[in-house]
Every structure is written in structure tokens, then in C-alpha cells.
Design a protein around this ligand. Structure first.
Ligand code: ATP
Ligand code: MG
Length: 283
């Protein structure tokens, strides 16, 4: 049995649970539950505050955890980051009041910076040789400059609209973050084996998400040219159509590659191009 900690309620919760479900793991998640054992995989899910996850994983109360890399760095516990999960992408940035004449990082010398991520901020300034102080606050960090608590802030930014609404401007990026899978560094063999199984499934889900199944019709004399445009897994499957001189090509393509080659495919004579999602992909 392996235990995984996920955020109880917040921005990471739905996607963390969806990832486990996409891995074929079935469990109940009644809103009041603190933990839930899966019905078809030896895993128990613990629902916790994301702030607490690094400590629980470091102590081995949970073996694995899903949370933002920013929170992992902030808590600075002994855990291994083993996989980037590709959701909850954001950055941790420094911002100042919008009318400040910001000249560069040295501006922060002698200034106070309010943040919920003071460990990260202190390390950032220490690395850059800047002598700023930090004010730790739990939330609503954006109001700190307006009420005179600090001259700058360091907070999570995704679009930047919250900063603008509060009369602030983003001036430096401290780190980029996304949801990650962390693990206790000394899992026993049984748990390592379960982790490998879980990772295998997560990779299949991630590969499926970025790839598409593509089907198209091509004149037989263009099969070579069109096949060369489709990076695919090995080479496309080619099946004859009922209509003489035509074939159907089937392959797998990354969504981005698809948009890059679509015009070339059409110019090469491809017709009836069908692109559909893939549920699982094992490469
Ligand atoms: P908890 O009550 O569990 O401590 P929280 O308020 O600390 O929750 P959330 O706001 O739910 O946390 O954010 C959780 C994580 O989601 C953050 O640590 C960060 O990694 C990511 N995140 C936060 N804000 C955004 C955003 N605007 N866009 C993308 N990801 C974000
Ligand atoms: Mg939190």
C-alpha cells in the first residue's frame, strides 16, 4: 500500500484527483473525507492542505504528494521531486507599485518585501547579493505596499491581472512553478514498485494528452511524401480504400506538429483528415 497526499480543496485538487482517475484508480472522494482507499489499486489518498504536504512526505506519513513546486521549494523539506505534472503553471514574481521608477534588482536594497514565500524570497535575494528584508504574510499580499507594510511583494502570478487591479507592476520573475509529484526519498521496495506502476500510468496519460490520432486519405502515389510529414511512432499504418488508387493512413502525431504540417499535408493531396483524442498511449 502506498499513500499519496493531495490538496484537500484549492486550485490543485480537481486536477490532482482527475490525474489519479485517468490512471484508472477508482476511489470515493466525499467532500468531508480526510482519506480514501482506492478500490482497484493499493493506494490511499490523503486530503491535506498543500502547505503541509512536504512535511508529511518528508516524514513518511505520506509516501507521495502532488503540489506546486513553489510550495515544495518554500517548505524546503527532504523530498524528491520526481515528475512534472503539467498543470497549475504559474510564476512567483516580485512586484512594486506601478508608479515606482524601477531601475533593476538593486532597487530592492534596503526595501521590505511582503510574501507568503519568504524562504524562496530570502534565498533569491541572497543569491543575487541584494539586501532586502521580508515580511511574511499568509494571504492578500497585494495590499501590503498600499498599506505601508512593505515596498514590494513576491506572489504567484498567472495572468498578472490581480497585480494590475491592485496598482502593482511585475518587475522580476523569481521562479516558474507547476504541479509536481514528490516522493519520500527512502521508500521501501514494495512502495517503489507501486510508484513505478503509478509513474508508468501517469506517463501513458500525459503522452495521450499531448498526442492525437490522425487518419487521412491519400492518393497512393503520395503515400511516401505524406508519411514523411507524419513523425508518428514508427511509420503510419496504410490501408487500401475501396476506391482504386487511394489509401487510408493512420498515425499518432503531437498536436503542435499537426498544426505545423497541416498545410503541407493538404498540398501533398491528403483529404478527409480526421484528428481525434487518445485516451492512453504507451510508447
Ligand atoms: P491551501 O488552503 O491548501 O493551503 P492555498 O491557498 O495555499 O491552499 P491555492 O490557491 O489553492 O493554495 O494554490 C495552490 C497552488 O496552485 C499554488 O501553490 C500554486 O502552485 C498554484 N497556483 C496558485 N495560483 C495559481 C494561478 N493563478 N494559476 C496557476 N496556478 C496557481
Ligand atoms: Mg497553501
Amino acid at each position: 500500500m502506498i499513500r499519496i497526499a493531495v490538496q484537500k480543496s484549492g486550485r490543485l485538487s480537481d486536477k490532482s484527483l482527475q490525474l489519479l482517475k485517468d490512471c484508472g484508480i477508482k476511489f470515493d472522494n466525499g467532500t468531508r473525507k480526510l482519506s480514501s482507499k482506492a478500490k482497484n489499486f493499493p493506494i490511499e489518498i490523503l486530503f491535506l492542505r498543500d502547505d503541509d504536504i512536504p512535511q508529511y512526505v518528508a516524514q513518511g506519513v505520506a509516501d507521495l504528494g502532488i503540489l506546486g513546486l513553489n510550495e515544495v521549494e518554500e517548505k524546503d523539506q527532504k523530498v524528491d521531486v520526481i515528475k512534472q505534472l503539467g498543470f497549475a503553471g504559474c510564476r512567483l514574481s516580485l512586484a512594486v507599485q506601478k508608479d515606482v521608477d524601477y531601475t533593476g534588482l538593486e532597487w530592492f536594497n534596503g526595501k521590505r518585501v511582503a510574501s507568503s514565500y519568504t524562504t524562496i524570497v530570502k534565498k533569491f535575494f541572497a543569491d543575487k547579493g541584494i539586501n532586502a528584508t521580508t515580511e511574511e504574510i499568509g494571504g492578500s499580499v497585494e495590499i501590503a505596499p498600499g498599506i505601508g507594510l512593505a515596498e514590494g511583494i513576491c506572489d504567484i502570478v498567472s495572468t498578472g491581472s490581480t497585480l494590475i487591479m491592485n496598482g502593482l507592476k511585475e518587475v522580476e520573475t523569481v521562479m516558474y512553478s507547476e504541479a509536481v509529484l514528490i516522493a519520500n526519498p527512502s521508500l521501501n521496495d514494495e512502495k517503489k514498485e507501486l510508484l513505478d506502476k503509478l509513474m508508468f500510468r501517469m506517463e501513458a496519460v500525459q503522452n495521450a494528452a499531448k498526442n492525437k490520432y490522425i487518419l487521412l486519405n491519400a492518393p497512393n502515389d503520395k503515400i511516401k511524401e505524406i508519411s514523411d510529414l507524419l513523425p508518428g511512432m514508427k511509420s503510419p499504418t496504410v490501408l487500401p480504400l475501396a476506391e482504386e488508387g487511394w489509401s487510408s493512413l493512420h498515425s499518432v502525431i503531437e498536436e503542435n506538429d499537426f498544426w505545423n504540417v497541416i498545410d503541407q499535408l493538404k498540398d501533398a493531396g491528403a483529404q478527409g483528415i480526421l484528428v481525434s483524442p487518445i485516451e492512453k498511449l504507451i510508447v
